[in-house]
Write a protein that binds this ligand. Structure first.
Ligand code: CP
Ligand code: NVA
Length: 298
């Protein structure tokens, strides 16, 4: 299989390439300045939505690979004055080796990928957050070594983070269970679906959650979401149904007292802060792969 040109949903990878990428991410974590894969190259990072982790991990990661991270905000670009996504893609491709986009509009992302002459990376869209899933699997790998056959129970809103975890988890042979109430499920992934959070968590190796109100959700739905999702919070009690060595994960930002308790978020049974750090290491391996597509051949 040729190297993927873009990284939009994560399904562009195959099992072998994902395995290689995770090994490479672990190596880069050990030796963060060992690669100059982006020497003399610019990576354009366009944020149409707020970000703490994605921005800082990409910006520092590109720097560590010897490249220049060019952070772009839409209010500073001609996009806000009617310039097309097509023309933006063509021009950015003349300056940057890779383009990253965080957007609330899936069409914008697909349009950018269609017209860019360089790889496009999805830095979060309403439907997908594949960069997050790479860091999630790296975190699992750090804990268990071989992750094939391990079980992650995702509890809460069936959203972009859950979808990418299911899609990329399957490539790695990880069993992903998703527990969500009716109306908050995603049905377009290989994940095993549950409505009972306890059933989903039983015997799991890791328990994962995300915010109940995502950036692309209508704020007017927030109260209804909090009510429907309240039984799906990660608490010490819910954790007690998982394996004794299981830990909690959260892509962050967290809302302690909503989807996760403070005691789990800052407690002994979590790898959430390592998971946030792993964004940088996993994305560096992805950037290397995208600029050096021969990596992993043969
Ligand atoms: N997890 C994640 O993508 O966080 P940010 O929204 O802060 O980038
Ligand atoms: N589901 C969340 C993830 C934030 C990193 C959102 O889309 O806002």
């Amino acid at each position: 299989m040729p190297a993927p040109q873009h990284f939009i949903t994560g399904a562009e990878l195959d099992a072998d390439r994902l395995d290689l990428l995770l090994h490479r991410a672990a190596a880069l974590k050990e030796a963060p300045l060992s690669s100059r894969a982006l020497e003399g190259r610019t990576v354009a990072l366009l944020f149409n939505k707020p970000s703490t982790r994605t921005r800082t991990s990409f910006e520092s990661g590109v720097f560590e690979l010897g490249g220049h991270p060019m952070i772009l905000r839409p209010d500073e670009m001609q996009l806000t004055r009617g310039e097309s996504v097509k023309d933006t893609a063509i021009v950015l491709s003349r300056h940057a080796a890779i383009i990253g986009l965080r957007t609330g509009d899936e069409d914008e992302l697909n349009g950018l990928a269609e017209h860019a002459a360089v790889p496009v990376v999805n830095m979060l869209s309403p439907g997908h957050h594949p960069c997050q899933a790479l860091a999630d699997l790296l975190t699992l790998k750090e804990a268990f070594g071989d992750i094939e056959g391990r079980t992650i129970a995702y509890v809460g809103d069936g959203n972009n983070v859950a979808r990418s975890l299911a899609v990329i988890g399957e490539l790695a042979g990880v069993r992903v269970r998703i527990a969500a109430p009716d109306g908050y499920q995603i049905t377009d992934t290989p994940a095993e679906l549950f409505t009972d959070p306890v059933e989903a968590v039983k015997g799991a190796d890791a328990v994962y959650t995300d915010v109940w109100v995502s950036m692309s959700d209508d704020e007017s739905s927030a109260a209804a979401r909090r009510e429907a999702l309240a039984p799906y919070a990660i608490t010490d009690k819910l954790m007690s149904h998982a394996k004794p060595e299981a830990f909690a994960l959260h892509c962050l930002p967290a809302h302690p007292g909503e989807e996760i308790t403070e005691s789990v978020l800052y407690g002994e049974r979590q790898r959430i802060w390592d998971q946030a750090e792993n964004r940088r290491h996993a994305q560096k391996a992805l950037l290397e792969l995208l600029v050096s597509p021969q990596r992993g051949e043969g």
